[in-house]
Design a protein around this ligand. Structure first.
Ligand code: SF4
Length: 448
């Protein structure tokens, strides 16, 4: 009797859907948000009463949910109608929330290492409102060990005076939501700013010496064309930003674009298909590489990787504690994921009633923490198996032997000793591939 076993035939490479249909593709966290539950909130609150896990850094995230107008592709909870009084009540709520957290044992004497202002549009706030907010934050959790302060800004909200005020607050990393340089494309996609405002804001931001300027672009907006994309990339290259983040347009269900699709009975979104978007991002990477930039993740090119860091993302991808405040914000503390109320009034009311406004939470199991960090780090283009084994005690090459082999057979991964690398083709569609590592019960929308 023969003892030889026939090796398993490689699984056929999947055929990914070409058209852009409605839904979220971007993987931002794990386990997926649908598994975070209200019932886990008491356990999350208990976890705050314990000291921190040794060696885990602390970062802060503050969510500013205001915008001048709602972009047609926006899926965030944003408000375009709040007056100065409502904004002040929101900032007070945020500071009250920070006050409660700052007194909890999980802080354990730690000082934050990085701070992130996201939204919405943080630059919608006036210099006085920003100073009020950040002075309050600094008095509760001092910034004297903070190495990076990121601030998202919409170019049309930035006067020279406001940019100077943002710099004076201690912002080190200004992230400009440019998205495109073509006025028609900006307009048809519902953006509030225009190209003139981009040029003026960028120039002054450079002049006053922000240590790092990132610009965001989106490949495949409504009415994008090959020529317009190439022009946008050329303009982005000419600005010489420290880093560029390029997203591929997706059309989640709560966007204006989806509502219009529904009204017209359309299943396919009026934006470029996935293959075209990947090609456009690849083109942009190539143009930046020609002038010396390095691709450092599925969405980022960086001018000088030795100098340009992104500590917030590093913390997020490596299991740091992220104390996140504000309406609908997501955080991770003492081993728990949590999310705040996603409506303005319940959020403000909960905080004013002296409660933490947490709406749902989840304590990932140890293997889920493992999966989370592995998949998030794969988005950076490679994972060092040795480092991972040292941290978790299990080698991902054994833990994930089958999916890694599958992705390698399909041409999306390379395997060179300790380095599990993602090929360019893999990186351009990494969010679809990450599902290969999900636990079966977390499978949602696979290859949809
Ligand atoms: S600026 Fe950003 S957060 Fe505000 S509506 Fe547009 S996409 Fe949404």
């Amino acid at each position: 009797m023969s003892t030889t076993t026939t090796p398993e035939a490689p699984a056929a490479k999947p055929v990914f859907q070409r058209e852009t249909t409605a839904g979220n593709y971007f993987v931002a966290n794990y386990p997926p948000f649908a598994f975070w539950k209200k019932e886990a909130v008491p356990d999350f609150l208990d976890a705050l009463e314990r000291g921190p896990r040794p060696g885990v850094p602390l970062g802060l995230y503050t969510h500013i949910p205001f915008c001048r107008k709602r972009c047609h592709f926006c899926y965030f909870r944003v408000y375009t109608d709040k007056d100065a009084k409502a904004i002040r009540s929101y900032l007070d709520a945020v500071l009250k929330e920070f006050t409660v957290y700052a007194g909890k044992p999980f802080v354990g004497g730690r000082k934050p290492k990085f701070v992130y202002f996201g939204g919405g549009t943080p630059s919608y706030l006036s210099p006085d409102q920003l100073k009020y907010l950040t002075d309050g934050m600094k008095s509760l959790l001092t910034w004297d060990e903070v190495e990076e302060v990121t601030f998202e800004a919409e170019p049309g909200t930035l006067t020279d005076h406001k940019l100077q005020a943002i710099r004076d607050l201690g912002v080190t990393r200004l992230s400009l939501g440019i998205e495109h340089f073509d006025d028609h494309i900006l307009e048809i996609n519902g953006r509030a700013h225009r190209s003139k405002e981009i040029a003026r804001a960028y120039e002054f931001a450079r002049e006053i010496g922000f240590p790092q300027i990132n610009i965001d672009l989106i490949a495949g907006m409504v009415e994008e064309t090959e020529d317009k994309w190439k022009e946008a990339v050329a303009k982005a290259v000419a600005l010489k930003p420290d880093s560029v983040t390029i997203y591929q347009m997706e059309v989640p269900y709560n966007t204006g674009i989806f509502k219009q699709m529904k009204a017209e009975g359309k299943l396919v979104a009026p934006v470029a298909d996935w293959e075209t978007k990947r090609r456009w991002v690849d083109y942009a990477y190539g143009e930046f590489e020609k002038v010396g930039y390095t691709v450092t993740s599925a969405t980022t090119v960086v001018k000088d990787p030795a100098k340009v860091k992104f500590l917030y993302r590093e913390g997020l991808f490596n299991g740091a504690d992220i104390l996140s405040v504000g309406v609908a914000s997501f955080g991770h503390l003492n081993g728990y994921h949590y999310q705040n109320h996603h409506d303005f009034d319940p959020y403000v009311e909960a905080v004013n009633a002296g409660k933490l406004p947490v709406y749902r939470a989840l304590e990932p199991a140890p293997d889920e923490h493992y999966i989370r960090e592995f998949i998030l780090q794969l988005k950076l283009g490679s994972v060092n198996a040795g480092d991972f084994t040292k941290k978790f005690g299990t080698d991902p090459r054994q833990q994930f032997a089958k999916p890694l082999q599958r992705l390698q057979d399909w041409g999306f991964l390379t395997n060179g000793g300790d380095r599990i690398g993602v090929t360019r083709e893999g990186l351009l569609q990494i969010d679809r591939l990450l599902h290969e590592f999900f636990k079966p019960e977390h499978e949602t929308g696979r290859y949809a």
